[in-house]
Design a binder for this molecule. Sequence first.
Ligand SMILES: *Cc1c(COP(=O)(O)O)cnc(C)c1O
Length: 467
Amino acid sequence: MEYISTRGHAEPLDFENVTLAGLASDGGLFVPRSWPKFSAAEIADMAGLSYAEVAVRVMTPFVGDSLTETELRELCRQAYGRFAHAAVTPLKQLDHQHWLMELFHGPTLAFKDIALQLLGLMFEKFLSRRETHLTVVGATSGDTGSAAIDALAGRAKVDIFMLHPDGRISDVQRRQMTTVLSPNVHNIAIDGSFDDAQAMVKRMFSDPDFSGKFNVSAVNSINWARLMAQIVYYFVTALQLGAPKRKTAFSVPTGNFGDVFAGYVAAQMGLPIEKLIVATNVNDILHRALSAGDYSASNVTATPAPSMDIQVSSNFERLLFDLEGRDGAKTRARMQRFESDRAMALDGDMLAQVHGLFTSARVNNDDMRDAMRWAHEESGEIIDPHTAIGLQAARMSGIDATTPIVTLATAHPAKFPDAAERATGNRPPLPKRVGDLFERKEDYARLPSDYDAVTAYISERAAPRYG
Ligand SMILES: *Cc1c(COP(=O)(O)O)cnc(C)c1O
């Protein structure tokens, strides 16, 4: 399989090189040259397979020659063997129509583990074949950092430097990162905000003095391999609910449009999906874009669902590319307009295409709490704020009661115990596997919010570019 850039100028690459590169050299995002398709018979044939086996079937066309089937199977077994539930992404029924797909049984209790555990193993595998050392640099406001660190800890030929704003993330979030003591993990607390940390990381990528010295890479959700790994659970769940004979709807708590884009890809591959519900909190740029064509960024409002407090959704460009008829020049012009104006409009044609598959909803904090309360009263489930936004959007969707609606449960409620307790009166305990988090030793550097100080610190510790 060959990958092309949404902005039409970068050299096409194979899966291995796309995985290591992350972003395309023309500033676009990589997408497969065409969407692979399964017949109904091929989908029916996956029923009853284990999670890892469905993963192999779904990912094989994307991986192409970069891994043999045996290698891919080995990586999937290793990645998904680390999950605390044998089904990896178990389904729970809430009432006649509503279901939860639990995506939080990985090591750091958020759905990002599902893709990052596999990505960490793929990095190691691909790097073992070349004379290259990778330096992953990132900034985190909480969840992505811990999932990336857990996935990369101890992996050969890769170092990870993760910046977080000192004192501005929760103790659980900090400890999930700083108690990982592998020599290739470097946590840096910055005396500044998340935006300060993020700005420094962006500057490192475009600074030839820094990025020329190291093979820098990112693990944010623009990496195609992450999206690919997320397609799998749409298949696994739809099969359990009767695919390919019966359609399923999915409601997806959305931030960077990565998770829901994976659902879109599943539909392009032939999975019968009734609707994808794009659920946002009050940071509702995607809801405005998909309902009224208004894609315009304003300021971010902090909410109890911080992983969705996003204004500009990086993966939305991948959908725009398809809506533009896969025309790289048009997509590039559109994105350049957006980057200068902070706004763009989707025309009537594009919206008509969108509404064939997508619907959307904006959920405020009160409605989010209602959904947490409803899930608890209806079925005893305690859900986290992100999941609650998805569930509320599902309940408001008006989809016929004969179609099952699956809400993606993206975080374990114990990651957000205060919100759960406020809504339900119950404080969810941390699962046993992370229970001794507060006894473990921490290790991290504290640095001023100063570009030269941070790059000097990294330069002393990262392996130079070679090969
Ligand atoms: C990252 C995250 C999301 C948003 O996912 P996107 O792929 O960015 O749309 C939702 N919920 C939780 C808990 C997350 O960590």
